[in-house]
Design a protein around this ligand. Structure first.
Ligand code: XIL
Length: 483
């Protein structure tokens, strides 16, 4: 498969945003509902029969984009409510929609989508604060420091309204050109630091929301634009510019297709210390194999937190003539739907920090096979009550995710366990779930969490951890003891 960078016709899709002619707009308060937390991962649970249930097994979400007109579309709302747990407004939170005139903010259209999503148990991604397109008309007559100030005021005004309510904001959208340099735009002309100013402003405006950079044609690792964005994120992380996530739009439409190295791109960004997400996925003719591949790439990268499709049915798509979505015009799931569902259910990595809830310790095996083979031979044979076996769930440039299974070989129930393992030089544990660690490098011990210390005869439990380091050499010298 190849990636073609041509984006011909990408702005020709029908524009569905609500027309709000208010000269003096009124902000309607959004419902005060706390931002939902990430799902609890449980890879041993039954396969999900909806996109969201399948994604939540691994602590991920499955999202869609909707325009305000879909709020009156019962067919759309039925599928949205059944299958999705994350929503993005197609146009209603963009700069032209939220601040049509200087200092006059209008959140009615954005709030309508926000409120519907929250009332139906979803989270919401904010899209977008600073972009070369869909700008307020008054930005067009500004330049230099006046435009810079208008951008800062816009970010502050919009983020104050949604403070504490969103899962993430696409702070800056599409700021790079195909050759990997900055896209020329009025915002770029205010100075090369405009992007970091936007992120610093955003962090101060709402310290609790994830701040994302979002772009298209950054899926192919060897493509110049991908490298340009990667270098900016690396620079931001090195200098402490607040960026938490990278959104890869994943439009495999308009001449683009799934590159074979997509997973490498995701894991390379993740290794910089950011979450990654597929934020606007659609695929020409809904190729089931490309949908399967893009989903699997995300499932293989622990910090790939979720997938959003840009619409639900082909009739919702900005590229409807390419029939690129998971549902047809009659609301029926297409073959690509099944390929995505299966790939979600086959996830073998979980999102860090989405701990597995306590489950009744039984010996029921996972109901879907996982495809990742152990990268090192299992370490077994420790004397005493328990055995620890290790496998690498996923590796990337700069780290890996490890999982240890603790098995009770005896006939009596274990009441607590401790695993010791030794990390290779230069490796540091960043995060442990389903266990409590002592130490983060060299010889590390991990004891059971409050809820998984009791392991019945011949049963097992597991914990996971994330390691940063120049190599992905697996830990050695595993041992397991129980009191
Ligand atoms: C698109 C909308 O779907 C259209 O309705 C609108 O006319 C143009 O914008 N990248 C983005 C999205 O970040 O905001 C774009 O959405 C699609 C490409």
């Amino acid at each position: 498969m190849t990636t073609v960078s041509a984006r011909a016709g990408r702005r020709t899709g029908g524009r569905a945003r609500l027309l709000l002619g208010a000269a003096c707009a009124v902000a309607i308060a959004v419902s005060s509902v706390a931002v939902a937390t990430l799902a609890h991962a449980d890879l041993t649970g039954p396969p999900g029969t909806t996109l969201k249930a399948a994604a939540e097994r691994s602590g991920r979400y499955f999202g869609a984009a909707m325009g305000g007109d879909r709020l009156n579309d019962a067919g759309f709302l039925t599928i949205a409510n059944r299958e999705f747990d994350m929503m993005t407004a197609v146009n209603e939170m963009k700069p032209d929609a939220t601040e049509p005139n200087r200092g006059q903010f209008d959140f009615r259209a954005g709030d309508a989508i926000y409120n519907w999503a929250i009332q139906h148990g979803m989270k919401v991604r904010g899209h977008t604060l600073a972009w070369h397109a869909q700008q307020p008309r008054f930005w067009g007559s500004l330049s230099g420091s006046a435009l810079r100030t208008a951008m800062i005021d816009h970010i502050n005004g919009v983020m104050a309204h949604y403070k504490g309510k969103l899962y993430a904001w696409d702070v800056v959208n599409e700021a790079f050109a195909e050759n990997g340099s900055r896209r020329s735009s009025n915002l770029q002309s205010t100075g090369n630091d405009w992007i970091e100013v936007a992120f610093r402003t955003a962090r101060a405006a709402d310290p609790g929301v994830r701040l994302c950079y979002n772009d298209y044609n950054i899926e192919n690792w060897t493509y110049a634009k991908t490298q340009g964005v990667y270098n900016m994120i690396r620079d931001f992380k090195a200098r402490g510019v607040p960026v938490d996530c990278v959104g890869l739009q994943t439009h495999f439409t308009g001449g683009s297709s799934l590159p074979g190295n997509f997973q490498q791109t995701l894991s390379s960004f993740a290794a910089l210390g950011v979450d990654v997400a597929l934020t606007e996925a659609d695929v020409t003719n809904a190729s089931a194999s490309q949908y399967q591949g893009l989903t699997q790439a995300c499932m293989n990268v622990p910090r790939c937190v979720g997938i959003t499709t840009w619409g639900i049915r082909d009739s919702d798509s900005w590229r409807g003539n390419e029939s690129p979505l998971l549902f047809d015009r009659n609301s029926n799931p297409k073959p690509a739907y099944t390929s995505v569902l299966n790939a979600l259910n086959a996830a073998s990595t979980t999102v860090p920090g989405t701990s597995t809830p306590p489950s009744t310790p039984t010996s029921t095996p996972p109901s879907t096979p996982t495809s990742t083979p152990p990268s090192t031979p299992p370490v077994t044979g420790q004397p005493g009550g328990c055995t620890a076996t290790y496998h690498t769930a996923s590796t990337w440039n700069g780290g890996y995710q490890g999982e240890v299974t603790v098995t009770n070989n005896g006939s009596a129930t274990l009441n607590g366990w401790t695993v010791q393992l030794t990390l290779a030089g230069g490796q540091t544990i960043a995060n442990v779930w389903n266990g409590v660690n002592t130490g983060t490098s060299g010889t590390v011990s991990v004891r059971n969490a409050a809820y998984n210390g009791s392991v019945g005869a011949n049963a097992s439990t597991s914990f996971g951890f994330l390691v940063n380091g120049s190599s992905s050499t697996a830990p050695g010298a595993l041992s397991c003891t129980s009191p």
